[in-house]
Ligand binder design. Structure first.
Ligand SMILES: Cc1cc2nc3c(=O)[nH]c(=O)nc-3n(C[C@H](O)[C@H](O)[C@H](O)COP(=O)(O)OP(=O)(O)OC[C@H]3O[C@@H](n4cnc5c(N)ncnc54)[C@H](O)[C@@H]3O)c2cc1C
Length: 494
């Protein structure tokens, strides 16, 4: 008899767990509450336009352990076209000054030095630290299952970045920018407005640019939905069992051992192992009823800062809007859009580089801005409807200012709020990437297993501050590696 693993949630983490479970001969069932898989990695179609919710960049498009995962799970194959943008983002401050973030570090360094020649030495130091991050070698195996010889070898190779870990692992960007000592006020103002205004990890900031510089964080043509569909096909193609529109209410635990799940219609699904790849907070506090709290888990959910929830306003435009860069951001404080007063401004993404997003000769523009969960949590249905109308109107007015005359060409305006995200994925407080990577947690994570609860593992973005698709995919794989160890099986990716 094959052992059965039931996996709660069909996002990227759940799909990954399902695929590796099948590759290792387990009977695997994914139980997903929405009608489609993908979780936050999704998109929706409106009047011929596709509005993507997730994929800007995928770490691992070129090499490394994440690349292995994307190939093993069907995300990448030889038919998937990858785009590496030259410009990451073009920013404007409230005085209309422009600032460009290039993905190529040499180019960015030259640009920054010409932007602030008086800070050239400090800029070169920052870019060199970013280059050193290229030595980072993410582990392919989870803690406890790493080959000791390989671990030591990679630690030696990672030596230059170990120094960065020691220097900046527990520091935020505010500290880092001041330590570098930028004197050009405009330069400092731009860095501060993007990362310095909150406790955003200095190390996360430094490392992010190494991925782009290595052309290892590209965009996949087609975006999020086909990515999730390829994983789903891989899972079902391997004989995995997918149950959608099925919400798990409870994880069955007997004698401190997970035995299966109970759905909202009281259906019981028995299993030998349970992997929860659903929202971390609801797994711990609802499905397990808070009975298996550790000090670490309680501390993290009480104290670690969350990603601020987003509002996404997607526009289908009946003409081509030319652009040379994917994202432009306006760092304006105090702009009212509906009830939200922006703190970090808003961005507009133009999908000109992906022909699958709009019919020929047309364009998709997507505005995103951060909001506060408190604005949404108690809103009544009538207020919610009015708020969405107001957002539609305010966002259109902003777009009209930036692209005079565009209003006449807008065919569709679609507003997705934090409540949309919560409704379809259950993500806690709309924190779409879980915990913000900060000076307090960048060197930390939540364990995938809970002491005292047997045959149960967690996967997904909530285990790793910073979240995102790579940790989601990797944690699904790791959960199955641990189960293989329990079963005395050699883990296989074929
Ligand atoms: C606007 C936006 C842009 C982003 N851009 C990027 C990017 O460019 N690169 C990147 O790496 N990441 C990006 N992310 C983050 C990325 O989408 C997420 O970190 C990742 O998809 C999380 O995957 P997950 O499987 O851990 O969780 P989720 O996607 O949240 O999946 C959880 C799944 O569990 C299901 N579920 C929850 N509760 C239950 C239940 N009780 N019963 C059954 N099913 C349940 C949900 O419906 C969902 O399908 C972005 C996210 C957003 C919103």
């Amino acid at each position: 008899m094959k052992k059965k693993i039931v996996i709660i949630g069909g996002g990227v983490a759940g799909l990954s767990a399902g695929i590796y479970a099948r590759l290792n001969g387990f009977d695997a069932e994914i139980v997903e509450m929405h009608s489609v898989t993908g979780g936050q990695c999704t998109a929706w179609d409106r009047k011929g336009y596709r509005f993507d919710y997730c994929l800007h960049w995928l770490v691992g498009t070129r090499m490394g352990p994440f690349n292995d995962i994307w190939r093993e799970t069907g995300v990448l194959n030889n038919d998937v076209r990858i785009v590496d943008h030259d410009v990451h983002t073009k920013l404007y401050d409230s005085d209309g000054r422009e600032f460009i973030i290039y993905t190529d570090l040499n180019r960015w360094e030259e640009y920054l030095c010409s932007f602030a020649p008086e800070d050239a030495a400090k800029i070169r130091k920052m870019c060199n630290e970013m280059r050193k991050s290229a030595f980072l070698q993410p582990y392919s195996d989870p803690p406890g299952l790493r080959n000791p010889v390989k671990s030591v070898t990679s630690l030696v190779k990672m030596w230059p970045i170990m120094l960065l870990f020691a220097k900046y692992g527990k520091k935020d960007c505010n500290y880092y920018f001041r330590k570098l000592g930028f004197t050009n006020k405009t330069l400092l103002g731009f860095f501060d407005s993007i990362y310095g205004s909150r406790d955003f990890s200095a190390l996360a900031f430094i490392m992010m640019f190494a991925w782009f510089n290595q052309k290892n964080a590209g965009y996949l043509i087609g975006g999020s939905l086909p990515m999730a569909q390829r994983m789903t096909q891989r899972f079902t193609g391997l004989g995995g069992n997918l149950t959608t529109r099925a919400r798990v209410n409870k994880i069955i635990v007997e004698n401190d051992t997970a035995k299966g799940v109970i759905l909202s219609d009281n259906t019981r699904i028995d299993a030998d192992y349970v992997i929860s790849a659903a929202d971390g907070h609801s797994t711990i506090y609802d499905m397990l009823e808070g009975k298996y709290l550790t000090k670490k888990i309680s501390y993290a959910y009480r104290n670690w800062e969350l990603f601020a929830p987003l509002v996404q306003v997607s526009f289908g435009i009946r003409r081509k809007i030319e652009s040379e860069n994917p994202v432009q951001a306006w760092l304006v404080k105090d702009q009212m859009i509906g009830r939200t007063k922006t703190i970090n401004g808003y961005s507009i993404m133009n999908y000109y580089y992906d022909p699958t997003m709009a019919p020929a000769g047309k364009s998709v523009l997507v505005m995103r801005y951060e909001t506060q969960w408190d604005t949404w949590k108690d809103i009544t249905p009538d207020e919610y409807k009015m708020e969405k109308d107001q957002i539609r109107s305010d966002a259109t007015a902003i777009l009209e200012k930036l692209y005079p005359g565009i209003t006449a060409d807008i065919e569709v305006v679609d507003v997705a709020t934090p409540l949309t995200d919560v409704k379809y994925t259950g993500v806690w407080k709309g924190a779409y990437e879980g915990f913000m990577p900060s000076s307090k947690n960048m060197m930390d994570n939540i364990n995938p297993f809970i002491p005292g609860l047997k045959k149960f593992y967690m996967a997904g973005q909530w285990l790793f501050p910073g979240g995102g698709l790579p940790p989601a995919g990797q944690s699904g794989k790791w959960a199955v590696q641990y189960i293989c160890r329990e079963e005395g099986k050699e883990f296989s990716v074929r």
